[in-house]
Design a protein around this ligand. Structure first.
Ligand code: DAH
Length: 340
């Protein structure tokens, strides 16, 4: 009988056969109950005991067998499903073009972020929609000050005191309101002015940087500008400072850099002058410090603001500002995903 079980056990391959196996051995008329029925017909207690033990052993064997078989069949079913529904979840390796590209301004922005982080600057963000106070008043540009005319401003309709920031210098105000010196901050982002010609777009990008500490001088400012331009362009570039007026710095200057294209000899990019205008800078005005409750006797600081678009154009040799904002795939897809 045990042999009969083993044979049937090995014949079984499908789940539906459990039941016939169970019925054949454990069912009301199955082998195990019929063995048990025979027990009482045996003459000696010893024989009855032996047959009882065999019946119990057979029952266990069948039960264990059915369980093992069930597990095995389940495993086989899972393996079969996995085999049939095999899915390749690996994405194919993309070539550079399919990976996409970053916008040239984003590439320069990412690179400068790295450069300034290495110089222990904090990288802060500022709001694109700003209060007039933060864009102008607290930067020593009071209402009706003529300097406002230099920055044709988009005001928000129905919100007289709200505007689209005209420069990233607003971050100076936020940073100095929220943190006390010493400060080393850069911030990069969108700016807006009501301007549209060959060299101006209504939306553009700037990088603002400033340091506030004891004993900061114009020499630190010049050194810092040299360091970051060298890190960005990978070569030593001469700089030139021309006195200029920005209400939030005193003294203030415009910074020219030796032409990235010709190294200063004169070419088409620099209109034969050898120099390129890059941005403004200066020593933070004591009025700005006083407005922001920073003691201008103890602290001094420098600030600079450069056009990111300009830095990107020089880096990549792009000669028309407007292509940066035209959203043309042909132009944009030439760029990599990061700079070394
Ligand atoms: N915010 C100025 C502009 O957009 C640029 C600038 C000039 C920033 C001098 C500065 C600075 O931090 O010191 O015209």
């Amino acid at each position: 009988m045990q042999k009969d079980f083993e044979e049937r056990y090995h014949l079984i391959t499908a789940v539906k056969d459990f039941e016939s196996l169970r019925v054949a051995f454990l069912g009301r008329k199955g082998h195990v109950p019929s063995l048990r029925a025979q027990i009482k017909t045996l003459p000696t207690a010893e024989e009855r005991k032996q047959l009882g033990a065999r019946a119990t052993a057979l029952q266990r064997r069948v039960e264990d067998g059915i369980n093992a078989l069930r597990l095995e069949l389940e495993d086989r079913a899972i393996a079969k499903t996995l085999e049939q529904e095999r899915a390749d979840i690996d994405l194919p390796v993309l070539d550079q073009h399919e990976l996409g590209a970053l916008h040239p301004v984003s590439l320069i922005r990412n690179k400068l972020e790295q450069v300034f982080q290495r110089l222990s600057f904090s990288v802060l963000d500022g709001p694109d929609v700003e209060f007039e106070d933060y864009n102008f008043n607290k930067l020593n540009i009071p209402d009706h000050h003529p300097a406002r005319d230099m920055q044709d401003t988009f005001y928000l309709q129905n919100y007289q005191r709200l505007l689209l920031r005209t420069h990233t210098s607003n971050v100076q105000v936020h940073a100095m309101e929220q943190h006390s010196p010493p400060l080393r901050v850069v911030s990069m982002g969108r700016c807006f002015r009501c301007d549209n010609d060959l060299t101006h777009t209504p939306q553009f990008h700037q990088i603002e940087g400033f340091v506030v500490d004891n004993g900061i001088s114009f020499a630190h400012l010049k050194g810092m500008i040299d360091v970051f331009l060298r890190a960005l362009y990978g070569k030593e570039l001469a700089t030139r400072f021309r006195p200029s007026y920005f209400p939030f710095v005193e003294p203030g200057a415009e910074v020219d850099i030796a032409c990235v294209a010709c190294g200063g000899n004169g070419c088409r990019v620099c209109k034969q002058t050898g120099w390129l205008e890059a941005g403004g800078c200066g020593m933070i005005h004591p009025n700005v410090f006083e407005t922001l409750n920073i003691d201008s006797e103890s602290y001094t600081g420098f600030a600079f603001g450069f056009g990111l678009d300009r830095l990107a154009m020089l880096y990549f040799g792009v000669d028309d500002l407007r292509v940066l904002f035209a959203g043309q795939d042909e132009f944009l897809s030439q760029f990599p995903t990061h700079l070394q």
